[in-house]
Design a protein around this ligand. Structure first.
Ligand code: ARG
Length: 457
């Protein structure tokens, strides 16, 4: 096929170089956005008197028929085309003749690709926001059903203090809610139309950039044409938000993997979200959670690739920038696929409250509460802390828990100990006594659930 720019050249492009240069195999997924942008561009050219009515109608008809035929599968992408923009233009000219050659007036592929990617990412990010909300809802529902499930809270993966499973899950709701706001912030900043920046310097035609921007649902136009075609900072912002989402999903996955092991058995994953082993008949593996954890790295990689691609290129457009798409498409697809499997995995996961409770009974996780008991009776906290440390050491030697130690033994450490210490250090009261805002206390957890529900509205 003759290149659109063949006029200036005496020799054709080398076949291998041509393949290397081409982006149609990944940018064809933006065909809807490319055609939508072209339709708005043509409308503006007509309303500004740059195209006449017949030209406008022919172009619109042609573009709409291409869109329909691509969607129905009647038309397939020509993999010899350099990119999606060239493909659509060539197909248009095939269908409507010379009229098709008028569409690219007052436009360059540089602003066209900048536009297409913003439109495409806007659509995808909205999908991700919806998925995130669905996940937050699902996790919140699990929390709501498990407000009475006491489990050990950990620091350093050592049993620390009793918490409820609901409180633990709600921590993820808060993280994911921030992930939503991060995406929305980025969307607000990127929602400006680069179209009309043309190659880099703008155009001599009397165009109306604001009209195109409005028609495409942007909040305005990029105010500097060089910036409009040169930056991909919104890709970096989005990839960084995606990387953060993946980091959250990965931590959650890691916990699910631990919790579903026989060592913990705090949860049972549904058969439909686990796999067996080819050799060990007893195995039930949390592959989905492991894959989410594993795929986090590639999203980090996509962010790093884009940052690195942009750092050394002079203004304005450089071909390096074609690399923006594979990275952000991969990151986007990965986040979507992970969320799509993570949501039902959580929905079908069964918490095993007895095991959580049993684990909470070990590890002296009520030791802080025992120290608080003495402190509330007037002893300075540091002294109480030291006495309880000695008591814990004694219990470990005797292989008993704090609630199994006799009152007499307690009294030998401090006269302040009375019979009421046992109810004070029960797991239930350890949780119930946590009255500070945001704590694991029952009232606080209810407040957190209401907070999440309010934000999801
Ligand atoms: N396929 C190109 C890209 O993705 C489109 C822009 C090409 N512009 C150019 N001046 N070669 O970046």
């Amino acid at each position: 096929m003759d290149k659109m720019w063949a006029g200036r050249f005496e020799k054709a492009l080398d076949k291998q170089a041509d393949d290397f240069n081409s982006s149609i195999h990944f940018d064809s997924k933006m065909y809807r956005q490319d055609i939508r942008g072209s339709l708005e561009h043509a409308l503006m050219l007509c309303s500004c008197g740059i195209l006449n009515q017949t030209e406008y109608e022919k172009i619109t008809e042609g573009l709409n028929s291409i869109s329909e035929d691509l969607t129905s599968g009647k038309l397939t992408f020509d993999m010899d085309a350099e990119d999606i923009h060239m493909f659509v233009e060539a197909e248009l000219t095939k269908r409507i003749g010379d009229y098709g050659k008028k569409l690219h007036t007052a436009r360059s592929r540089n602003d066209q690709v900048a536009l297409d990617l913003r439109l495409y990412m806007r659509d995808e990010v909205n999908k991700i926001v919806e998925l995130l909300k669905e996940l937050i809802y699902t996790v919140k529902e699990k929390a709501k059903e498990n407000q009475d499930a006491i489990m050990p809270g950990y620091t350093h993966l050592q049993r620390a203090q009793p918490i409820t499973f609901a409180h633990h899950l709600l921590a993820y709701c808060m993280m994911l809610l921030r992930d939503v706001t991060r995406l929305k912030d980025a969307l607000a900043r990127m929602n400006y139309s680069p179209l009309g920046s043309c190659a880099l310097a703008g155009t001599t035609y009397p165009t109306d950039r604001d009209m195109v921007a409005q028609g495409l649902g942007f909040d305005g136009v990029c105010m500097n044409s060089i910036d409009g075609v040169s930056d991909r900072d919104y890709c970096i912002e989005l990839e960084s938000a995606f990387a953060t989402i993946m980091m959250h999903l990965s931590r959650f996955s890691e916990e699910i993997i631990l919790w579903s092991s026989w060592e913990f058995k705090f949860v049972e994953l549904d058969d439909s979200y686990t796999t067996g082993s080819s050799i060990m008949p007893q195995k039930k593996n949390p592959d989905m959670a492991e894959l989410v954890r594993g795929k986090t790295g590639r999203v980090y990689g996509d962010l790093m690739a884009t940052l690195t691609m942009l750092k050394g290129i002079p203004l304005a457009y450089n071909k390096d920038m074609q690399e923006d798409k594979e990275a952000i498409f991969d990151a986007t697809e990965t986040v979507i696929k992970c969320l799509e499997v993570f949501i039902p995995m959580i929905k079908t996961m069964t918490p095993i409250k007895e095991n959580m409770y049993k684990a909470a009974g070990k590890g002296f996780i009520n030791a802080t509460d025992l120290a608080d008991y003495l402190t509330k009776k007037g002893m300075p906290f540091r002294s109480a802390y030291k006495i309880v440390g000695t008591i814990v050491a004694e219990c470990i030697k005797k292989d008993i828990t704090l609630d199994q130690m006799e009152l007499d033994a307690y009294k030998s450490h401090s006269e302040l100990f009375e019979e009421d210490l046992y109810s004070e250090i029960s797991l239930e009261s350890c949780v119930a006594k946590r009255i500070s805002k945001g704590s694991t206390g029952y009232a606080s957890v209810k407040e957190q659930i209401a907070y999440v529900e309010e934000l999801l509205k």
